[in-house]
Design a protein around this ligand. Structure first.
Ligand code: UGA
Length: 465
């Protein structure tokens, strides 16, 4: 794989032996995609049950194409809990462990810290011909690259035994394989030319799109490669997520205005999105953004700025608008049911933070469930993949495996996640099994308002006139 860049004075051979530490969503997809592109990849995870499951071919995440690409290169991917031999054998090591957010907006870096110290210890006891390229894929606060270098040294690594590169991740859950193989851009940050050159080689097949595509038709284009300093690469990650979250909050604020003046936010989004300076993506109004990334990264960016005395009022407002959307869904149910939710059965359709994933982290649906239950409602939650898991997270939530058992006898329903199964709901059947007033709060504008009304439902979308 890869080739020598034109004009390069020294031949850089594309690295073949790659380690990925952390076999979560990002790590597993990164490992699978690099193996698919021809690398020998070892994924390391400290959880023996995960490693055992992966060895047996049991993927514990719901991600389209992942199984296919892993099947296509099974002999090139290994799974282990043992970091030491992997560090010794690898040319490039990706750190892809979780960096969960804390309540105050700061980031819990204990996972990254453990890996960096562990790698440092191994490097300290080993003579290496070439430095190990340690790649930060985990989302770390700006300055994280320098922090990892310090931890590697503290662990025992000699100055010349490693080079740190930042390589932020832009994949979306549910599209992770396609986002990795066909990204909008690849970003690399670092100070070592040698390490950046090795990373350019590693990413060459993606940048040049020179690999057999697992899907048809394949998107045809060169992928822009941005090579910059560490702080800029790390900031790009936060700025991208903060911008997208703000874009959604913007359209949600406009959706409120649309309701005042009788406009349709879908038409407005289309009309502004066709302006290429704005772009049509991430303009879907509704109960707002969730997940393990947007809430955490917006809060972390604010915390980083505020820690240095810089206010970020735009991001504070984006968060506030986002939370208000969830409360608005509850408010609509309460007022349609006469001001109290005590003893009322409410159906929640969709529980994961977005369709196509089992992930419940930061899910708006779960917060809506908790708010409804707090006000005395009996909430029946449907989700095609994570109903049981959601019920374990939200005490009192009744898990349902088909939408109609959730809707049975409910006086109100909230569409929280636009799963295909929810979009395809038989509205006449839904109306027949619900009780008056048959309120349907469409928190994702996923259903046809006219059809819903014709079926006898009291339809309430977001910004739909
Ligand atoms: C997000 C980013 O899109 C990725 O680029 C990034 O790599 C990732 O975070 C990360 O930092 O790891 P993800 O959290 O998987 O990806 O989900 P998105 O598809 O971005 O959706 C986030 C939330 O926004 C969901 O709750 C979704 O329902 C909501 N959303 C999205 C809207 O409410 N409206 C929209 O128009 C789009």
């Amino acid at each position: 794989m890869g080739r020598m860049p034109e004009g390069s004075e020294r031949e850089v051979v594309a690295p073949r032996r790659v380690a990925v530490v952390g076999a979560g969503h990002v790590g597993l997809v990164t490992a699978a995609c690099l193996a698919y592109l021809g690398c020998e990849v070892t994924a390391v995870d400290s959880d023996p049950r995960k490693v055992e499951a992966l060895r047996r071919g049991n993927l514990y995440i719901h991600e389209p194409h992942l199984r296919d690409i892993l099947d296509a290169c099974r002999e090139r991917v290994r799974f282990t809990t043992d970091l030491e031999p992997v560090v010794l054998a690898s040319e490039v090591l990706f750190v892809a462990v979780g960096t969960p957010g804390r309540a105050d907006g700061s980031v819990d870096l204990s996972g990254v810290e453990g890996v960096a110290r562990g790698v440092g210890r191994v490097l300290g006891g080993a003579g290496r011909e070439r430095p190990l390229v340690v790649v930060n894929k985990s989302t770390v606060p700006v300055g994280g690259g320098d922090y990892v270098s310090r931890l590697l040294r503290e662990g025992g690594a000699g100055e010349g035994s490693f080079r740190v590169v930042s390589n932020p991740e832009f994949l979306r859950e549910g599209r992770a394989v396609l986002d990795t193989l066909f990204p909008d851009r690849v970003v690399l940050g670092g100070e070592s030319e040698e390490a950046l050159e090795i990373m350019r080689e590693l990413y060459c097949p993606i940048v040049e799109q020179s690999f057999p595509s697992p899907i048809e038709p394949r998107p045809k284009r060169e992928v822009p490669l941005i090579v910059t300093d560490l702080a800029s690469a790390e900031t790009i990650k936060y700025a991208a997520n903060a911008f997208l979250a703000t874009k959604i909050s913007f359209i949600n604020e406009i959706s409120r205005f649309c309701e005042l003046v009788g406009a349709d936010v879908g038409e407005v989004a289309r009309g502004i999105g066709l302006d290429h300076r704005i772009g049509g993506a991430f303009l879907e109004a509704g109960i707002g953004w969730g997940g393990s990334c947007f809430p955490k990264d917006v809060a972390a960016l604010r915390a980083m700025a505020e820690g240095q005395g810089l206010g970020m009022p735009l991001l504070a407002a984006a968060e506030e608008v986002n939370l208000a959307q969830r409360r608005e869904a509850v408010c609509r149910v309460r007022s349609a049911l006469g001001g109290s939710l005590e003893g009322e059965r409410v159906a929640l359709l969709g529980l994961s933070f977005k369709p196509g994933t089992e992930d419940l982290r930061g899910s708006p649906a779960l917060e809506i469930a908790a708010l409804l239950i707090m006000e005395g409602a009996r909430v029946a939650g449907y989700d095609p993949v994570s109903a049981k898991k959601a019920a374990r997270r939200v005490p009192g939530l009744e898990p349902c495996h088909d939408p109609y058992s959730a809707l049975e006898d409910a006086r109100a329903a909230v569409v929280a996640t636009a799963w295909e199964e929810v979009r395809a709901l038989d509205l006449v059947r839904a109306a027949a099994i619900m009780r008056e007033p048959r309120l349907l709060v469409d928190g994702r504008n996923a259903l046809d308002p006219e059809e819903a009304r014709a079926a006898g439902l009291l339809y309430s979308g977001f910004g739909r006139g």
